[in-house]
Design a protein. Structure first.
Length: 639
C-alpha cells in the first residue's frame, strides 16, 4: 500500500450508517445521510442526472435528493442586509433552480465567525412527508413545502428556546419519522426538541443539556423498538422518538463541545461511538434489563479509531474505517484491533455505494476504492472541483453530487479515469491551512511579492486564487498588496485589487484597496467614480453596560477605512443619553464588520463571561441605522 496515500478528516460533517427508523419514510431523506445513512439515494432509480456545476452561496452542508429533485442550502442575505439561509430546489438533469426560498438566519455574538468559519449552513436538510426542514448556522429551523418552497413554519432556537449558540454554528441535521421532526437544541430548556412536522408545534422536550455538532442515529432494536441516539457534550443519550423519554445515558470520559461524530447504528442493538469526548471509539450494545430499563455494555474500546472525524462501516462489514492523528485507519469490526493504516488524503469524506467506497478529498479529488485485506485499492479518481469540500459525496445512480464551499457539481462516476495511485498532494495541505498554516502556493506567492516583486505578474496571483480549495483570505490580500505598494508595482497592485473586488463584491476592504491603488496612480476620475457608486451613510447606535462611566469614550472599529480599518480607536461615537452612544459616517456598500471599544483592544467589548466576541456583521446595501448592545467591557470583567 505504499502507493496509496489516503487520509480521512472531516469537520462538522459525519456519516451515520444504520437501519431506517420507520417504514413510512422509506426512500425519503429523513435523516443525515439519507434513509440508510450511507449518503446513497438507492431507491431513486428513475432520477436522471446530467454533468454540471453551478455557483452557490457559501455552504458546507451536503445536498439531499428526494422525489427526483436535489435540495441544497447556501448562505444568502435578506433585502435588509441581514445574513440569511437560502434553500434551493434543483433539476438533476441540469442543476437549474426550480425554486429558492430565503429564510432568516442571524448569527449570535457567542458564535465564532471569520474567514475559516463564515456564516453558512453546516447541517444538511432533510425531506419527509413532502416537507424540507433545514437548520441555519445561527439555529433557525425552517420547514418548507417540498414542491413549492413555501415557508410552512419557522423557529429560532436561541430566541424562543434559550439554546446555547454553538461556537462554530449549529451543525446537527434534523431527524423525522414523517409526523415529527427532532432537533438538537441544547441550553436551558432542552437538549432535544421534537416539533409537529405539519404545524411546528412542540411535541416534546428532553431535559436540558448542551448540544454538540454531530447528528442523530436511529437504532432499531431486536424487540422492534427504536431509539434515537444523540451524542451531546458530556454523554451519548438514547431517546424514545415518540415520547421524548430519555431511555439511557452513557457518559463520555472527556466532555467537550467538539463532539462532531454522529453515532453509528449498526444493527443487533449496537452502536459505534467515537470522537473527542472519548479519545477513542467504542462498540456498544444496548440491552433491556428485566425491570424494563436499559443498560449499555461495552464490547470493545479502540484507541486506533476516529478522534475528531467520521467513521464508516466498510463493504461487507469487515472493517470500520476512520481517521486518527495523521492517517486513515481500519479496525476489525469484531475486535476493534488495528488492521491497517495508510496516509494521503486530507479532509476527506466518504460514502458507500454497494461494494465501492466513494471518497472526496478536501481539495476536490474524487476517488473510487475497493476494500482489501491490507488497505484500500483506489481504482478510479480525478480532481473534479477546484473548491474547498467539507461535505460527503451524495451518490445517485452512479452520479456523485459534490458540495464545494462555493459550488455544487454533478459528476458521473463511470467517467472517472482509472489510476494506479493518488497524487501525494502538497507539502502544506488544505487541512493545515485551516488551522493557520498557509498553503505552499500562497507562501510562494507572498515570498515572491516580498523578495522579488518586479517578477510577480497578475497570472502568478490568478493561478492561486482560481483554486478555491486554497484559502486565500483577506490577510493574504493585505500582505500581497502591501508588498506591491512598497515596491511601487502599482499596475499589478491595481489589477489584483480590481480582481479581488470583482470576486468578492461585498468586500469593503477590497473596495478600499482598489481606491488606494487608483489614488496611487493619480487616477482621480476612477476614485470619484468608485466613491460615488459605493459610499452610503450609516448611523450606528449602541447601548453600553450600566457600569460604563458617564465620561467614557466609546469607539467604533471596523473593516472600513472610514472607521479606522480596525484601529480600536477608529471612529469616536458621541454620547446621546444614559448608556447610549451614536455616530454617523460613510462606508462602502458591502459586508461591514465592526466592534466597539473604549479606545484599545484591552478595553474592547466582550461576552459576559469575559471571552472575546466575534466581529459584528451587517451587509450595507443602502443608508441604514445599525443598533447594537455591548454586554461587557474587557477591563470590567473580573478575571
Amino acid at each position: 500500500m505504499k502507493q496509496l496515500k489516503l487520509m480521512l478528516w472531516c469537520t462538522f460533517c459525519t456519516i451515520s450508517l444504520g437501519a431506517a427508523i420507520c417504514e413510512d419514510v422509506r426512500g425519503q431523506w429523513n435523516q443525515y445521510g439519507g434513509t440508510d445513512g450511507d449518503f446513497r439515494a438507492a431507491t431513486q432509480t428513475a432520477v436522471e442526472f446530467g454533468t454540471w456545476s453551478i455557483e452557490l452561496g457559501v455552504g458546507d452542508a451536503a445536498p439531499i435528493v428526494d422525489q427526483g429533485l436535489v435540495f441544497v442550502s447556501e448562505a444568502a442575505f435578506t433585502e435588509e442586509g441581514q445574513e440569511a439561509m437560502r434553500i434551493r430546489c434543483l433539476r438533476p438533469s441540469s442543476g437549474e433552480t426550480i425554486w429558492s426560498t430565503t429564510v432568516n438566519d442571524r448569527s449570535y455574538i457567542s458564535q465564532d465567525i471569520n474567514d475559516n468559519y463564515p456564516v453558512r449552513p453546516l447541517a444538511s436538510p432533510i425531506a419527509a412527508a413532502n416537507r424540507i426542514v433545514a437548520i441555519s448556522y445561527g439555529g433557525c429551523i425552517s420547514c418548507l413545502d417540498q414542491m413549492t418552497g413555501k415557508l410552512v413554519w419557522i423557529h429560532d432556537l436561541v430566541q424562543e428556546f434559550q439554546a446555547t449558540p454553538i461556537q462554530y454554528g449549529f451543525a446537527s441535521s434534523p431527524w423525522s419519522d414523517g409526523s415529527r421532526v427532532v432537533i438538537a437544541c441544547g441550553g436551558a430548556q432542552a437538549l432535544v426538541i421534537a416539533f409537529d412536522l405539519a404545524d411546528g408545534k412542540v411535541a416534546w422536550k428532553t431535559s436540558p443539556a448542551e448540544a454538540a455538532y454531530g447528528s442523530f442515529a436511529s437504532l432499531k432494536l431486536d424487540d422492534g423498538s427504536n431509539h434515537l441516539v444523540y451524542m451531546a457534550q458530556d454523554a451519548v443519550i438514547g431517546i424514545d422518538p415518540q415520547s421524548g423519554a430519555e431511555l439511557w445515558s452513557y457518559p463520555l470520559p472527556k466532555s467537550g463541545l467538539t463532539n462532531a461524530v454522529s453515532p453509528l447504528a449498526i444493527g443487533k442493538n449496537e452502536l459505534i461511538v467515537g470522537g473527542q469526548g472519548f479519545d477513542s471509539s467504542r462498540r456498544l450494545k444496548v440491552q433491556k434489563k428485566d425491570d424494563g430499563t436499559w443498560k449499555i455494555a461495552e464490547i470493545w474500546t479502540s484507541k486506533q479509531t476516529p478522534f475528531y472525524c467520521n467513521c464508516v462501516v466498510g463493504p461487507g462489514s469487515r472493517d470500520i474505517i476512520g481517521y486518527r492523528s495523521n492517517a486513515l485507519s481500519s479496525i476489525s469490526f469484531e475486535t476493534g484491533e488495528l488492521k491497517w493504516r495508510v496516509r494521503g488524503w486530507t479532509d476527506a469524506n466518504f460514502a458507500i455505494d454497494n461494494e465501492t467506497i466513494v471518497g472526496i478529498r478536501g481539495d476536490g479529488f474524487l476517488a473510487l476504492a475497493q476494500l482489501t485485506d491490507d488497505g484500500m485499492a483506489v481504482k478510479k479518481g480525478a480532481r473534479v472541483v477546484k473548491d474547498r469540500v467539507w461535505a460527503p459525496p451524495v451518490i445517485v445512480n452512479k452520479t456523485a453530487l459534490i458540495r464545494g464551499r462555493h459550488t455544487l457539481s454533478a459528476v458521473a462516476l463511470e467517467r472517472l479515469p482509472a489510476i494506479d495511485q493518488l497524487p501525494s498532494g502538497t507539502t502544506i495541505d488544505s487541512m493545515t491551512a485551516m488551522y493557520g498554516e498557509k498553503h505552499e502556493s500562497i507562501v510562494n506567492l507572498l515570498n515572491l511579492a516580498s523578495k522579488e516583486p518586479t517578477k510577480l505578474n497578475f497570472d502568478d496571483y490568478r493561478r492561486v486564487v482560481e483554486d478555491r480549495s486554497i484559502l486565500f483570505g483577506e490577510g493574504d490580500y493585505r500582505a500581497l498588496l502591501g508588498d506591491l505598494e512598497k515596491a511601487k508595482q502599482f499596475n499589478v497592485l491595481r489589477q489584483i485589487a480590481k480582481d479581488w473586488a470583482n470576486r468578492d463584491p461585498n468586500s469593503i476592504v477590497a473596495f478600499d484597496k482598489l481606491v488606494e491603488a487608483a489614488k496611487a496612480q493619480g487616477d482621480e476620475e476612477a476614485v470619484a467614480q468608485l466613491t460615488r457608486d459605493r459610499l452610503v451613510e450609516i448611523v450606528v447606535e449602541v447601548r453600553v453596560p450600566e457600569a460604563t462611566a458617564d465620561d467614557a469614550t466609546v469607539y467604533l472599529a471596523g473593516n472600513a477605512s472610514a472607521v479606522g480599518s480596525w484601529r480600536p480607536n477608529g471612529f469616536l461615537l458621541k454620547r446621546t443619553g444614559a448608556q447610549l452612544y451614536q455616530g454617523t459616517t460613510l462606508v462602502p456598500k458591502g459586508q461591514f464588520e465592526f466592534k466597539f471599544s473604549q479606545g484599545s483592544w484591552d478595553t474592547a467589548e466582550v461576552r459576559l463571561d469575559g471571552r472575546s466576541t466575534s466581529n459584528r456583521r451587517q451587509l450595507v446595501k443602502q443608508p441604514v441605522t445599525i443598533r447594537a448592545e455591548v454586554l461587557a467591557w474587557k477591563s470590567k470583567v473580573e478575571k
